[in-house]
Design a protein around this ligand. Structure first.
Ligand SMILES: O=C(CO)[C@@H](O)[C@H](O)[C@H](O)[C@H](O)COP(=O)(O)O
Ligand SMILES: [Zn+2]
Length: 199
């Protein structure tokens, strides 16, 4: 039993490390980060906001990253406008009940989003219908779409202006990659919007 557990732990570490190594050696990923930061910073400087959505573990990412912007990441500075579309159970249940689960995020994008905002669409498969519909609604409104997916990209890929594709087909590995890139994005946005005073 203990041997099995240890084998599993080692196997998971090995897969996770290989995933992060592949990401760290991916020059295209670096360029995608540059583009995503530029998109977010331009939007924020023009009075835009960043909307986040995902299902399951990715809903947790959406809330986590919105929190980094509104509160703080590495250091104190004014709050930045980020909204997770995953948190209001009255809105989610009303839309789900009245229109269907596929519309839970699209309806909120239509209600809250304006041209020039950014929609961060998080889906490991890239195929969750409520995320795909929200990306379509964003494009229709002139809202920039930043996708977070797995290596295939799914239906979200062609809808995204910028897309992070973690080079794995395993949901946990993809989510770990998303978490790392999401933190990096929040850090770089914070730094660009409010450069830290030189000590
Ligand atoms: O956290 C996990 C798996 O690690 C799950 O909750 C997972 O997020 C859910 O199955 C989601 O519904 C998957 O949706 P998606 O990433 O394909 O859009
Ligand atoms: Zn999970």
């Amino acid at each position: 039993m203990a041997t099995d557990v240890i084998q599993t732990v080692r196997g998971e570490f090995a897969k996770s490390l290989a995933n992060f190594r592949a990401m760290s050696e991916d020059a295209a990923l670096e360029q995608t980060i540059v583009q995503a930061v530029d998109t977010c910073v331009r939007s924020l400087r023009n009075g835009g906001k960043i909307l986040f959505a995902g299902n399951g573990g990715s809903a947790a990412d959406a809330q986590h990253w919105a929190g980094e912007l509104v509160s703080r990441f590495y250091y104190d500075r004014p709050g930045l406008p980020g909204i997770a579309l995953t948190t209001d159970t009255s809105i989610l249940t009303a839309i789900g009940n009245d229109y269907g689960y596929d519309y839970t995020f699209a309806r909120q994008v239509e209600a809250l989003g304006v041209a020039g905002d950014v929609f961060v669409a998080i889906s490991t498969s890239g195929n969750s219908p409520n995320i795909v519909r929200a990306a379509e609604a964003s494009r229709a409104r002139g809202i920039h779409v930043i996708g977070f997916t797995g290596q295939g990209g799914g239906a979200l890929l062609p809808l995204a202006d910028v897309c992070f594709r973690v080079p794995s087909t395993e949901t946990p590995r993809i989510q770990e990659g998303h978490e790392f890139i999401g933190h990096l994005l929040c850090s770089l946005i914070e730094c660009a919007m409010y450069p830290r005073d030189a000590d």
